[in-house]
Design a protein around this ligand. Sequence first.
Ligand code: FAD
Ligand code: NAP
Length: 540
Amino acid sequence: MYLTPAPNAPHTIDVVVVGAGFAGLYALHVLRKKGYSVRVFEAGDGIGGTWYWNRYPGARCDIESVEYSYSFDEDLQQEWDWPARYADQADILKYINHVADRFDLRRGIQLETRVTSALYDEAADRWTVATSRGETYSAQFCIMATGCLSTPKQVDVEGIGEFRGRSLHTAAWPREGADLTGLRVGVIGTGSSGIQAIPHLAAQAAHLTVFQRTPNFSIPAWNHPLSDAQRQVHKAEYAVLRAREWDSNQGICRVPVRGDHAMDATPAEREAEYEARWQMGGLSYYMSYVDLLTDPRANETVAEFVRNKIRQKVKDPVVAEMLCPKDYPFGTKRLCADSGYYETYNRDNVTLVDLRATPFERFDAGGVHTADGRYHGLDVLVTATGFDALTGTLSNIDIRGRGGERLSARWRGGPRTALGIMSAGFPNLFVTTGPGSPSVLFNMILGNEYHVDWIVRAIEDLRRTQRRSIEPTAAFEEHWTRHVNEVGNQTLFTQANSWYMGANVPGKARQILLYLGGFKAYKDTCEAVASKGYEGFALG
Ligand code: FAD
Ligand code: NAP
């Protein structure tokens, strides 16, 4: 319950949650069960976050649905039937809506409401949160469940504003879909979104031109419908599976996890392992030899294995070489999971343009000129150009902590966090799966559940001990930020110009944005901090 305020006075509640994706919905559920007054604000006109916005053809998860789903309620697990190994966007959104109805969450969520600012009132130890509807809320706690991949990145090419065809971003795809039949379609971007969309775009378009700047490593998803019998097996195994996930580094446990080194194996053993992983599909290589992401020699063995798969699939050898990544280590940009991606380049109606060799020169009303003097006439331009990840969405909100310090200013040189959950000078402001946490390197639904549970425990502990605020010390924040960077520097991830490094957004500080020590070590640290009375945090 929250109180109806006098005119112009803020609504007073315990907790404001920003975002109604997996994280925000779970936060609402847990906090409400514990008796807190909570309001969730969501910019979209529906719930679901990522799965509300990203409706492009081919969008589906890259972690099996039996794992990429909430773990907190056994009855929910038993009653929900996933139609396929990897559910598509529509089915994931259906699941999220089912969860909202089942746990009566909708009445706590305010849609079409963007949070514009959150200002900390030091005297009152409260946050004043303003929305795009002109309302203000005063809350003791603020949970930014705003998502890691929720601010789409646009392309800045000369003349792009003059393009008079239809422009579509994969992360803002129209709800009613887009009929591309018989049209000349161009797509910019060959990350996970582009790679999932391209086979579908090619099947519809009269002609598809793929503008590729950097090729990605993509592994077949081997997606398939699930039978009733398979679903029954999954349901019987949930308890064991979830226990293993919580004790794992990736939260993906339906494939074997190795602990040995590629460089200790013979070439024949490695080949057999890589072939077995290829047949498992998807992200399974992340659970293979432990040195693949730390030793360049080990990495090159798997990189060349996958390049050879690309060469086998793509008939034109010149196109095949263009599709082979060669200038960054395997897996240091998120591996993609595809359904017929490379095979698409064997179609007569698909052209691949290498933007490294022939960059864009200028768009005009009807298409784009490239540096080789060619003109690509287009009816539709699809941008699959990714996101200002992890920090972009938070920077778009005017968040000011102690002394009026802006979070975006504090993070200008790269994000500084304690455990990826809080930042010094911003008491009682929490972020889920944010920078400095394992974030997207762990099954993100479980990662969000873990963060919400940790945050709610902290809130409960404050209440129990009659304290009003929690905030990391500057020393602990410094220690954690340094630790995140040190661990990152021991891996090959820092060699790629990826969004993990902030390198996809011009002007963004280059810094590893994820904690690469694995979820197990991360969770142990978070648990130790909490059990020692929030060591490294000041309780006010
Ligand atoms: P989100 O789902 O991003 O929700 C955040 C919400 O906050 C959004 O709805 C946004 O509108 C809202 N918001 C932001 N700012 C404001 C504001 N100022 N005011 C009000 N509302 C605001 N992860 C995996 O682990 N496995 C996968 O298979 C996988 N597939 C993915 C596929 C795609 C296409 C993308 C883009 C990401 C994928 N991810 C995957 C990552 C995915 O983002 C997470 O798994 C998860 O859905 C994130 O949930 P969330 O609640 O943290 O954030
Ligand atoms: P992304 O991985 O950042 O890929 C963006 C693509 O656009 C890259 O190929 C990039 O090239 C290109 N690009 C960006 N700006 C460009 C420009 N100005 N000119 C030319 N090319 C440009 O984004 P994404 O594909 O949307 O995926 C983001 C993340 O979302 C994924 O890593 C994954 O975590 C998640 N996701 C998951 C799935 C799934 O399978 N479940 C699906 C979609 C997304 P460069 O590499 O050269 O920058």
